[in-house]
Design a protein around this ligand. Structure first.
Ligand SMILES: NC(=O)c1ccc[n+]([C@@H]2O[C@H](COP(=O)([O-])OP(=O)(O)OC[C@H]3O[C@@H](n4cnc5c(N)ncnc54)[C@H](OP(=O)(O)O)[C@@H]3O)[C@@H](O)[C@H]2O)c1
Length: 243
């Protein structure tokens, strides 16, 4: 797909990987809806950085624990743009909780933000896109879902379901919309643990002996967005950690 003058909605685009996806698109000439929840000021900074590439960008806030807020995100975006061509479902939470520790509140928050929101945004995205216009959806998943991850019980279930939802929507939304999942390995330390020694971890557990980066994540998202012949796939970008 030719990207110039298209428009993308990237969820959680104020900070970290979401910002990297947004700016990689802006660099290709894509206008942006920069979604944020708590990171309003960083989202405005993402907007300014995107505008420096000559595109139009707006920041729109929505708390994905709040159903009406999720449902109003696409309508709000469409006040600024005629249509949205690309959706990146990036926003997520990574709540530490084993199966026995997971209470209903944790379960519901994890599923609402990581799975129900991408589901509702996919529906809204598909409905607003004219039938003769190509569309792209990228769901940000996790390369580690093959492993049990007992400490993040509900999180793992949401990311497994997100990959399965990717396949199901890929079949249903073809041929004009492609839907792909990006299974990321270690790209950044956990938020708030930026001083973690990830290189030592990577030397031990990652066959390619290094971590990824926001740039590597964004390059691979761009690859899937540009491709006209890839849908329903789960692309692992994890330095071989999967092996
Ligand atoms: N970092 C990694 O190495 C790694 C590895 C594997 C997979 N991933 C996946 O990559 C994606 C981004 O990772 P990250 O490390 O950049 O995530 P992060 O730093 O934890 O950021 C999470 C994003 O989700 C948004 N968010 C959280 N709660 C929200 C809510 N209630 N409503 C709306 N938005 C909410 C945040 O928005 P605000 O800040 O505006 O509140 C933020 O932009 C996630 O899907 C994650 O699972 C990351």
């Amino acid at each position: 797909m030719e990207l110039k003058d298209k428009t993308a909605l990237v969820t959680g685009a104020g900070i970290r990987l979401g910002r990297a996806f947004a700016l990689a698109l802006a660099q290709e000439g894509v206008n942006l809806v920069v979604h944020y929840n708590r990171s309003a000021a960083p989202a405005e900074e993402t907007v300014r950085l995107a505008e420096a590439y000559g595109v139009k960008a707006v920041a729109v806030g929505a708390d994905f624990t709040d159903l009406p807020a999720i449902q109003s995100l696409l309508p709000q975006a469409l006040k600024h743009f005629d249509c949205i061509d690309i959706l990146i479902n990036n926003a997520a939470v990574y709540l530490k909780s084993t199966g026995l520790e997971t209470d209903l509140e944790t379960w519901e928050k994890q599923f609402r933000i990581n799975l129900q929101t991408p589901f509702l945004l996919t529906q809204a995205f598909a409905k607003q896109l004219p039938k003769d216009r190509p569309g792209r959806i990228i769901n940000i998943a996790d390369a580690q879902i093959r492993h049990l991850q007992p400490s993040h019980f509900a999180y793992r279930l949401t990311k497994i379901a997100l990959v399965e939802m990717t396949r199901m929507f890929a079949a249903e939304l073809a041929p004009n919309i492609t839907v792909n999942a990006l299974g990321l390995g270690i790209m950044l330390p956990l938020a708030g643990k930026e001083d973690a020694d990830l290189q030592a971890y990577a030397e031990k557990y990652v066959p390619l002996k290094r971590t990824g980066s926001p740039q590597i994540a964004a390059e691979n998202a761009l690859h899937l967005i540009k491709s006209d012949f890839t849908t329903g796939t789960f692309l692992r970008v994890d330095g071989g950690q999967y092996l």
